[in-house]
Write a protein that binds this ligand. Structure first.
Ligand SMILES: Nc1ncnc2c1ncn2[C@@H]1O[C@H](COP(=O)(O)OP(=O)(O)O)[C@@H](O)[C@H]1O
Ligand SMILES: [Mg+2]
Length: 338
């Protein structure tokens, strides 16, 4: 606690802290490797949540990254085909963004803006933040309303609603906005039942797709919905970067075999997680490199699907996905236009 006050003083100055912050709750809401979160009250009585970065974290992370780079650079030269350098650069930039809380502030603004677009669902909210009280190592946030999804009783009516809302929201962020929460697990979501809204917190790490990705995903989804086996393999192939040993015919055969299995079991009974893992395995076997932004996207989908199923085991992922994809298609002639 003394440490939290110390960081606050370092970041804002002692007099500013005295002037703006009335009290800080002793017990943290959360304490992770990078940061710690506390409820607090501002001088004017406003309740807030403050998130501070633990001392020395940024320095340690930078040091670890440069050590890692020292290993990766010669290894990348020795094994140019694996794409080590690209992998490391992806990892480095994601890690550096995570230790700068101004990134979370920027992400909040971008999310809010995305949800103001035409045809967007209006039932997703993000906390406001206090720019005057936020720095690289500190962010002061509006407390999210509603109930943390991790506290909702599984199988209840509330759980069923929260399951649909959370899954639809993550899918919309991915397929429509191309800008999505990278870790949509139950502690990072709040369900505001009286308003039918879903609140997202912990917005430091996001995934971001490129404009051309959307057209490719739409092709994949269409191929799945139309059970168009030939086009599915083709559009999946376009998503990845083929290696020197990749043979399209073999990849196509791998995808067809997988789809035959899916058909035999019935698409509704298949878990997305299993299907995606198998697809990734087929890609890997054929030396197709899947860019990090897709891996993040897949991870987010799987986290959201897992959460939705744990809240409501009966949920039909395809029924939730359909309107989201339809809405996205409405805009697909103008992909990712702001
Ligand atoms: N705006 C907020 N409103 C309410 N609780 C919050 C808010 N931000 C964070 N918390 C609480 O603090 C915890 C940790 O904050 P979070 O932003 O998720 O950081 P971490 O990266 O440590 O997971 C959350 O799980 C939640 O319980
Ligand atoms: Mg969190």
């Amino acid at each position: 606690m003394g440490q939290v006050k110390k960081i606050l003083s370092q970041e804002l100055g002692k007099s500013e802290v005295k002037k703006k912050i009335k009290s800080i709750e002793k017990e943290p809401l959360g304490s992770a490797s990078i940061g710690q979160t506390h409820r607090a009250i501002l001088k004017d009585g406003t309740p807030v949540v403050i998130k501070v970065q633990k001392p020395g974290v940024a320095e340690q992370v930078r040091l670890d990254l440069s050590l890692l780079e020292w290993f990766v650079t010669p290894a990348a030269l020795a094994f140019p085909k694996i794409g080590l350098q690209e992998m490391f650069q992806d990892f480095k930039s994601a890690t550096l963004r995570e230790i700068d809380y101004r990134e979370e502030a920027r992400n909040i603004e971008r999310f809010k803006k995305n949800y103001k677009k035409v045809f967007s669902a209006a039932d997703v909210v993000f906390p406001d933040y206090f720019p005057d009280l936020s720095t690289e190592r500190l962010i002061v946030l509006e407390p999210m309303r509603g109930q943390q999804v991790s506290a909702i009783k599984k199988g209840s009516r509330t759980a069923t609603q929260a399951a649909h809302k959370s899954l639809a929201a993550v899918l919309e962020q991915i397929f429509d906005h191309g800008f999505f929460h990278a870790d949509p697990h139950a502690a990072n979501l709040f369900f505001i039942e009286s308003e039918g809204k879903m609140g997202f917190i912990d917005l430091g790490l996001v995934g971001q797709l490129e404009p051309k990705d959307k057209a490719l995903f739409v092709k994949v989804v269409f191929a799945i919905l139309q059970r168009d086996r030939k086009n599915l393999a083709k559009s999946l192939f376009e998503l990845g970067t083929p290696g020197p040993g990749t043979d399209f015919g073999q990849f196509d055969q791998g995808v067809q075999n997988l789809l035959d299995e899916v058909k035999a079991v019935g698409i509704e009974k298949i878990r997305m997680e299993k299907l995606v893992n198998q697809l990734l395995a087929v890609a890997r076997q054929n030396q197709i490199y899947i860019p990090n932004r897709y891996v993040m996207m897949i991870r987010s989908c799987l986290i959201a699907e897992g959460l939705a199923r744990s809240l409501d085991p009966q949920i039909s992922v395809f029924k939730v996905a359909l309107p989201v994809v339809a809405r996205s298609l409405l805009k697909s002639y103008n992909p990712f236009k702001k």
